[in-house]
Unconditional design. Structure first.
Length: 597
């Protein structure tokens, strides 16, 4: 059985990523890209579905781990009766092919170690042809994929597993290097593992040195930024929502989705997190990816795209994997790419608006695209959609979707007012005002004293917390304050915020999921804007306390079981952490105030 989700740490090279647990087992790895097929899939099944263990052979008394400062180089220290040993894990930045390095270093005593390597391509379904490559290396080949492993100790086959037993002490270290390459190219060059670890650490620390945030939460903010950078594809600039698929939103449930793609919805949040902390180049690359991805017919704007901008992400179920703790089905691809979600027009318009304010990658052609997007939105803003949460129930007139459609026209108007240029500004103002009136009349329920999830409903939704954050209404407005109270009364669970009441009649799925961590950060942002600073700070401290021992967050948290759930680590959670930290830091610029202004 795989470890608890919070027991995993991330290693990555800004093109691919893997998860390694506290026992030294790398249970998830997709190569050569975030959304490629997994060659280690034990996370969603069993060891025979692929994993790589490097751990002491004897009982471990204590395990500690940490990332080296400002880097994604992971040190896991095992204390045993015989002695202490550290396993260092990383993936090389800028390598010509994806490369995983694992170095075992003795600290004290003499510790007997074992490595077990099980390579299974196509999410654990394909057993490769494995052959020795010299005395201390093996290669595993199946179809287009090949994995090459170099080792300081002899490797042997045992029950369809590549293994080695060895011993380390203070004077000795043993290294392993795994490299992926297309099978027709043959073996890649060897790597000096120790030099590679040093170079990797230095590269990450050079990147981290750009961080301009010096507030009291610098360590956890920088860790979140490093996680976001690790999930940013170095070639395309896309940011994967998570490096995993099908980690359940409720253990044993069916809300298991593939998040190894790029969501347009995250655009403004991510851009502001990078820009406000000094990483302008990352913001620029993200903006360039966004511009390329949404290019084309604006009426066909999607909510998510593949890492390379590909549009078709067909969803299928994998029957041979039982799922994380038997949470099935395991899904590959995401059918939500076919949904209509009107809020993405507002997110894209707002992202480009913020880019213009920061002077990031301004291009004349981008304005032509935005104009066409608004032309399309003029003709469809009053239609129902699936909404921000990608429900698989009926389309509805979701209030948040209408608010974000208002954002789209508002940002278009502001662009013309501030910078000139062509555009039917008077017509856009009229549509903006109609949208505002429509939301205030049909999206607000006086009896409930709150904005509601969709027109005609009396349920609330945490996405309504965006109303003051995007400037639709001021935080002091009685309707906003009533909405915040209603969310506190109805959606707080153990002090954390659920997205909505998950009714099958609304989202078409069984009624069980954890609390959605980004929404809890949004509530802290709202409290801060309302002057409830002590409550905002307490919520933020509670949320960062949910990070695992190496500072990572999943999508959701199950209050009843006290566990992280959902895909991991989740970019949206870490983006929200960064932005809320900035909003609560009096000596730093505030993304919430900039977005509203």
């Amino acid at each position: 059985m795989p470890s608890r989700i919070e027991d995993y740490a991330l290693v990555g090279d800004c093109q691919a990523a893997g998860l390694v647990d506290r026992q030294g087992s790398m249970d998830w790895l997709c190569l050569p890209r975030f959304d490629s097929d997994a060659c280690f899939a034990a996370l969603l099944g069993r060891p025979e579905h692929g994993r790589w263990l490097v751990a002491p052979r004897e009982e471990v008394r204590r395990t500690t781990r940490r990332y080296r400062d400002g880097s994604l180089v992971l040190d896991t220290t095992f204390e045993t009766q015989a002695g202490t040993v550290t396993v260092t894990d990383c993936m090389l930045l800028g390598a010509d092919t994806p490369t995983v390095v694992r170095v075992v270093s003795g600290v004290s005593g003499r510790v007997a170690m074992r490595t077990e390597l099980v390579v299974r391509f196509d999410y654990g379904s394909i057993v490769p042809w494995v052959r020795k490559d010299g005395d201390r290396g093996v290669y595993a080949v199946a179809g287009p994929d090949a994995v090459y492993v170099q080792s300081d100790v002899p490797l042997r086959g045992e029950n369809m597993t590549t293994v080695a037993d060895f011993e380390v002490g203070p004077e000795r270290s043993v290294s392993f290097v795994l490299r992926w390459q297309p099978s027709h190219l043959g073996a890649p060059s060897e790597v000096d593992a120790h030099e590679a670890v040093t170079a990797c650490e230095l590269a990450w620390r050079r990147w981290s040195a750009q961080c301009t945030y010096e507030g009291e939460w610098r360590d956890i903010v920088l860790r979140s930024l490093l996680t976001l950078k690790a999930l940013t594809h170095a070639v395309t600039g896309a940011i994967a929502a998570a490096p995993t698929t099908s980690l359940p939103e409720a253990i044993g449930g069916v809300r298991n989705w593939d998040y190894r793609y790029c969501w347009v919805r995250d655009a403004t949040f991510t851009l502001l997190a990078f820009a406000h902390t000094g990483f302008i180049e990352e913001a620029r690359q993200w903006r360039q990816w966004l511009l390329r991805a949404v290019a084309g017919d604006p009426s066909k704007l999607q909510i998510l795209y593949a890492i390379d901008g590909r549009r078709r992400i067909e969803e299928r179920e994998i029957s041979w994997l039982p799922g994380y703790e038997n949470s099935s089905p395991v899904r590959i691809g995401n059918a939500a790419f076919r949904q209509r979600q009107l809020d993405v027009y507002g997110e894209v318009m707002d992202a480009f608006h913020q880019c213009h304010r920061w002077g990031i990658g301004i291009e004349p052609n981008a304005w032509d695209l935005r104009r066409k997007m608004l032309e399309v939105l003029e003709g469809c803003w009053d239609r129902p959609d699936e909404g921000i949460w990608e429900v698989r129930g009926p389309q509805r007139q979701f209030t948040h979707s209408k608010v974000m459609a208002w954002v789209a026209f508002d940002r278009g108007v502001r662009r013309v007012e501030a910078a000139g240029g062509g555009g039917p500004i008077e017509r856009w103002r009229i549509v903006r005002d109609r949208l505002h009136d429509d939301v205030c009349r049909q999206g607000y329920d006086a009896e409930v004293g709150s904005f509601v999830q969709f027109y005609g409903s009396q349920d609330v939704d945490a996405s309504l917390l965006m109303i003051p954050l995007v400037g639709f209404l001021p935080p002091s407005d009685r309707r906003v304050q009533g909405t915040v109270r209603a969310i506190e009364n109805r959606l707080l669970d153990g002090g954390l915020v659920r997205r909505y009441a998950p009714l099958r009649s609304v989202d078409g799925l069984p009624e069980r999921e954890g609390s959605f961590l980004p929404c809890s950060f949004w509530l802290a942002d709202n409290w801060s804007l309302q002057g409830r600073h002590d409550e905002a700070r307490a919520m933020f401290e509670r949320l960062i306390g949910l990070c695992n021992d190496v500072g990572l967050l999943a999508e959701e948290y199950d209050v009843q079981s006290g566990r992280l759930v959902g895909n991991f680590p989740q970019a949206f959670s870490h983006v929200s952490l960064v932005n809320t930290a900035l909003n609560l830091s009096p000596d730093h610029s505030s993304p919430a105030r900039q977005r509203r202004g």
